[in-house]
Write a protein of this length. Structure first.
Length: 410
């Protein structure tokens, strides 16, 4: 599976004579490929890049940050995950431009000039770490509709996934169209829809909101994803039962005969009795912009992990993660790192098992599992157990990390 990624790195390197000018101020030039698409079959393993080590804990922390509806990097920083820290710092600087006068809680006094200046990056991170509770972080009203909190990333993925503001969303009620002032929990709605109407074509998740495009630390790089549920072919289910030694040993002779003869009704009944999924679940992501060297490995790992989690909650088997990219680019300050990476041998594909034994009772209905999951991800004990114990990454033998500078336009 990783060969697709290495091929994309190579394709970017082949365009060194077609350098694009910087897309934003103070950003490096890029070599880009437009429109690549890759498919990862999760039945063959977990697509975690191995030609350089990727920290699975950071993948998990960021995904939980999204799923909890978080916007402030304190959740990440407190756990040693700094993949959003520089973008959050740039957003801090942007928001401070709207101060009518210096805010002593969000700035510091320069001892040499007795004037007020902005926090340095190091001071910014330290201030977030040393504040015990996120609710105690200093706040600034940028305007009547937005208040900046130190460490905030604005209207990022988590906010849009779990709490899309409905102030301008029209909703039909009793035959009338009214403004819906409630927030929209897209993750909950998506899981319920995948369960209740599995074969619908409306299983969408979006973060892109043009109204808030200037009030987010990073314009949404992976704004859309769509999910698909499809029945597993009877022949495949029959093979699963034939190879499931424990289940096969419990079947009665007439049930074994029905499996061998591919009796559709009997096979579905047996699978449901023993908790064997009868549906596949797929995910397709559209990513408008991908930093191929630094960001893309995390994007692949994150959505694949999300698909595995969704599959467990819903009782579906994760199958394809399909990744469509608009602008896939390699920054010019990552050229040498990419050259090192493409020379490395690709290790075996690892396997990711997620132990959900303590997440919920398997006797629960799917609806109750959805409620339980969206509840427990808010617990600090769950976060720790999920990352430290529940994630079981097998057969991951990566090459050493390759460091690269994250450019955010500072």
């Amino acid at each position: 599976m990783e060969q697709q990624y290495i091929d994309l790195l190579n394709a970017c390197l082949d365009r060194q004579n077609l350098l694009k000018e910087e897309a934003r101020n103070n950003m490096p030039k890029t070599m880009s490929v437009f429109g690549p698409q890759h498919m990862y079959d999760l039945r063959n393993g977990y697509p975690l890049i191995g030609t350089k080590r990727i920290d699975i804990k950071n993948v998990a922390y960021e995904l939980l940050w999204f799923l909890r509806g978080e916007s402030n990097i304190k959740f990440l920083v407190d756990r040693g995950c700094n993949i959003w820290s520089k973008d959050a710092y740039r957003f801090y600087i942007e928001c401070m431009k709207y101060m009518e006068e210096p805010d002593y809680d969000l700035c510091v006094e320069d001892v040499h000039s007795s004037s007020i200046r902005l926090l340095t990056y190091e001071e910014f991170i330290t201030a977030i770490k040393e504040t015990k509770d996120e609710f105690d972080l200093p706040k600034l009203s940028v305007n009547r509709s937005y208040s900046y909190v130190l460490g905030s990333c604005g209207y990022t993925y988590g906010v849009k996934w779990r709490g899309w503001k409905g102030d301008t969303i029209v909703k039909m009620t009793n035959g009338r169209f009214d403004l819906n002032h409630e927030t929209v929990d897209q993750i909950r709605n998506l899981l319920v829809s995948l369960h209740e109407h599995p074969y619908s074509r409306r299983h969408m998740l979006t973060a892109l909101d043009p109204a808030h495009a200037d009030v987010t630390a990073v314009y949404w790089c992976h704004p859309f994803s769509q999910y698909n549920v499809e029945k597993i072919p009877i022949g495949v289910l029959a093979d699963k039962l034939l190879n499931a030694n424990y289940v096969w040993s419990l079947l009665l002779e007439y049930e074994k005969k029905a499996v061998i003869e591919h009796d559709v009704s009997a096979i579905y009944t047996i699978c449901e009795s023993y908790g064997i999924p009868t549906n596949y679940i797929d995910c397709k992501v559209y990513q408008r912009s991908a930093d191929v060297f630094l960001g893309l490995p995390y994007n692949i790992a994150s959505y694949s992990m999300l698909l595995i989690i969704f599959g467990d909650i819903l009782g579906y088997e994760p199958r394809y993660f399909i990744h469509t990219i608009g602008d896939a680019h390699l920054y010019e300050n990552h050229i040498e790192q990419a050259k090192i990476q493409i020379q490395r041998t690709i290790p075996n594909v690892p396997i990711l098992n997620i132990n959900t034994e303590f997440w919920y009772d398997n006797e629960m209905s799917v609806a109750d599992k959805i409620d339980r999951f969206l509840d427990i991800i808010l617990y600090e004990d769950f976060v720790k157990c999920f990352v430290e114990e529940d994630l079981q990454l097998l057969n991951y033998n990566p090459h050493p990390p390759i460091k690269g500078e994250l450019s955010v336009g500072l």
